[in-house]
Design a protein around this ligand. Structure first.
Ligand SMILES: NC(=O)c1ccc[n+]([C@@H]2O[C@H](COP(=O)([O-])OP(=O)(O)OC[C@H]3O[C@@H](n4cnc5c(N)ncnc54)[C@H](OP(=O)(O)O)[C@@H]3O)[C@@H](O)[C@H]2O)c1
Length: 334
């Protein structure tokens, strides 16, 4: 891959030269802030193990006056998208969410020849194929599954293996809420706890109505079956209106309520749906607790693989962003 890297400094004779990568970070909230923490904490390890030094050169936010953690260097902050995009960088990490500004950033970054790493499933659902057309510098491990590396598994590990089914719990926020209700919290308290923990947005309707899970499922169907996520119909139903009663009813019948997303390749095309389901306790998807995701992928050659891990939260999502950064720039990867 050809990138304009800031510098390549030789280290000792026995080690590969260290590559410095200039990172422009859009968003320093739950996910962007956690990425800054990770980059600072693991700087030595990244240099030693991967011969990489990430240098954050600009940070985009909405409100420059807002109090920030010490990981955010205030001198790097800007609220101007133009100034952000004019800053020389090797990669733009997009962690602002939403569609309008994120789309401008994504196209601006790729058109300027930069790599783009994004956590934004809503953007990718509508613009993924158009952005991918810029070339292989688009990465989005963080957009689905949080810390569960499902994007790489479908893109690489299972490429060419005839995946025909993906079945998953993909929304950490609703799963966290359901788990808290199972432990005795009323719905309102469970939602407030999800918001305090940084899983749920101030407006959590996309999570609760199943739209976030549908966006993620469409991206998995894109990776697994080549389905266009912007036109794929995902039949979507969110959590039931009286979710407290539904969780209690499930427990009485020895089951668990989970928001389940399923996509399958059938003779007539790809079918996809998201809906609440009452699962037997021995169903691997019923094991998703709190913000966890569980993803099952069935292919002709490998049978059914099951992945389970943290599907939301700053640390898990930032780790996925960092994995993409390492993969893009680690010497010898391309
Ligand atoms: N939170 C999770 O668990 C999670 C998991 C997986 C994926 N994601 C995805 O990660 C992305 C970020 O989520 P988050 O939870 O980190 O959100 P967040 O905490 O609300 O942070 C958003 C950040 O982006 C900035 N921002 C938002 N809109 C902007 C705009 N129009 N112009 C400039 N800056 C803007 C905000 O600036 P201010 O600080 O000035 O407000 C803030 O720093 C989203 O795409 C989300 O879907 C999140």
């Amino acid at each position: 891959m050809s990138t304009t890297l800031a510098s390549r400094a030789s280290s000792t004779a026995s080690r590969p030269p260290v590559t410095t990568v200039r990172v422009a970070l859009a968003g320093c909230g739950t996910v962007g802030g956690a990425l800054l923490d990770l980059l600072a904490r693991h700087a030595d390890d990244l240099t030693r193990r991967h011969a990489l030094r990430f240098h954050v050169v600009r940070i985009l936010a909405r409100d420059a006056s807002r109090p920030r953690s010490t990981a955010v260097e205030r001198a790097l902050l800007t609220t101007s998208v133009a100034e952000f995009l004019d800053t020389p960088a090797d990669v733009v990490v997009e962690a602002i969410g939403g569609s309008c500004t994120a789309d401008v950033l994504a196209r601006g970054a790729l058109a300027h020849g930069r790599a783009l790493v994004t956590a934004n499933k809503a953007l990718l659902r509508t613009q993924g194929p158009a952005l991918a057309a810029f070339g292989p510098r688009l990465r989005f491990e963080a957009a689905v599954g949080g810390g569960v590396p499902i994007v790489r598994l479908l893109r690489e590990g299972l490429a060419g293996q005839g995946v025909h089914r993906v079945r998953a719990v993909l929304n950490g926020t609703t799963n966290y809420i359901l788990s808290r209700i199972e432990r005795g919290d009323p719905y309102a308290a469970a939602l407030a706890a999800a918001q305090r923990a940084g899983f749920a947005e101030a407006d959590p309707s996309r999570d609760l109505q199943g739209v976030d899970a549908a966006d993620k499922l469409a991206l998995l169907a894109w990776l697994a079956f080549g389905a266009d996520p912007s036109t794929l119909e995902v039949v979507t139903e969110g959590l039931p209106r009286d979710v407290d009663a539904a969780v209690r009813g499930a427990a009485r019948s020895g089951r668990r309520l989970r928001l389940v997303a399923t996509a399958e390749r059938a003779a007539r095309g790809v079918t996809a749906h998201v809906s609440p389901a009452l699962l037997h306790l021995d169903d691997p998807l019923a094991a998703a607790v709190d913000e966890e995701n569980v993803i099952q992928v069935t292919s002709a050659s490998s049978g059914t693989l099951t992945l389970r891990g943290r599907g939301a939260g700053g640390a898990a999502t930032a780790a996925a962003l960092l994995a993409d950064l390492i993969h893009l720039f680690q010497p010898g990867t391309h």
